[in-house]
Design a protein around this ligand. Sequence first.
Ligand SMILES: *Cc1c(COP(=O)(O)O)cnc(C)c1O
Length: 388
Amino acid sequence: MNTKETDRFIKIAKGPIETPVYLLDESLIETNMKILRHVKERTGCKVFHALKAYASFATFPMMSKYLDGVCASGLHEARLGREEFGKEVHTFSAAYRETEIKPILKYSDSIIFNSFYQFGRWGKTAKRSGVEIGLRVNPEHAEVTTEIYNPCAPYSRLGIVHSLFRQEFPQHRNMVNGLHFHAMCQQNADVLERILMSFERNYGKYIRGLKWVNFGGGHHITRDDYDIELLIRLINRFKTKYGVQVHLEPGEASVHNAGFLISTVLDIVKNKAEIAIMDTSAETHMPDVLLMPYRPHILGSGSKNEKKYRYRLAGPSCLAGDVIGDYSFDRPLKRGDKLVFTDMALYSIVKNTTFNGINLPDIAVLRAGGKVEVVRRFGYKDYRNRQS
Ligand SMILES: *Cc1c(COP(=O)(O)O)cnc(C)c1O
């Protein structure tokens, strides 16, 4: 982000905006959409936004102009995709519930099964409903080093393994429209290239005659150093070699670097270091900070010891480990100062909780014309409705 953009967001934060608030920048999301559309135009592939990463439908009318639809992880996402995004819906779940299969089929254009048992149980119903059928396979190659995000880790339940696939698939192939794999997380196209080598080695001979192959998500396409040309070559080569359509379902890439979380310093306490207690919490409002873990960037801040005034930032919850990270600033922090955390649109709003009864941040959209529109404000009822 350049200085001008940085100043713009710091200015918004200093203004009357109430905190904590997730601020979604519609123009920055649109910039990402244009990159994804470029990949579509150069390859003819389809791109579905993964609702799992980001489901703030206030920006869907803009996003749906660029993409082919969404991918959903189950009933509620499929329904949101159908009702709010309004284009194609492709649903994958590790296992489906009896009571949910009918509405899932109603809202989905394709359903992707994770086992031959699930396929046998629901496949015919799907066919009769006119819903395309996919099978998720384990490509048996991944380079995700954080084990909890690695779909190809030992004992992974995600995707049929090749040894089972080759026994079962031949007798069912005329029922199946596509194959699906998902094995990446925030990675570049060179990783996809190596996954494709393993995928094709195992599954290449089964692809001809299918309608599509879904390359999953985890493609960090909208990141500055992402090798878009390599992605385009890989897709085009694959389409020519096998005569199938290619689907991508990025989540993170759709809203990468396009959202902020603005938060106010409530207090500053001392215990060996200066500790700023914010009105936002890692545990409840940015859970990946603790899970991944990672340290989110704050506009105008430096690394732990880089600048003169140093603080540990932490949340108001009673979790001792509700620590966002160590930062430094050019000026001392004061109570009431507002800080802007970057890249907060993804895996945040969709994952947040009301642990400790902490209120959820507002959701606001910075529209293309420069107007900040608060689209959702939460309160006591939202907390109470999740208890009983
Ligand atoms: C998580 C997930 C995605 C989206 O992944 P990103 O890392 O957000 O791009 C797509 N497809 C499947 C099956 C997933 O589990």
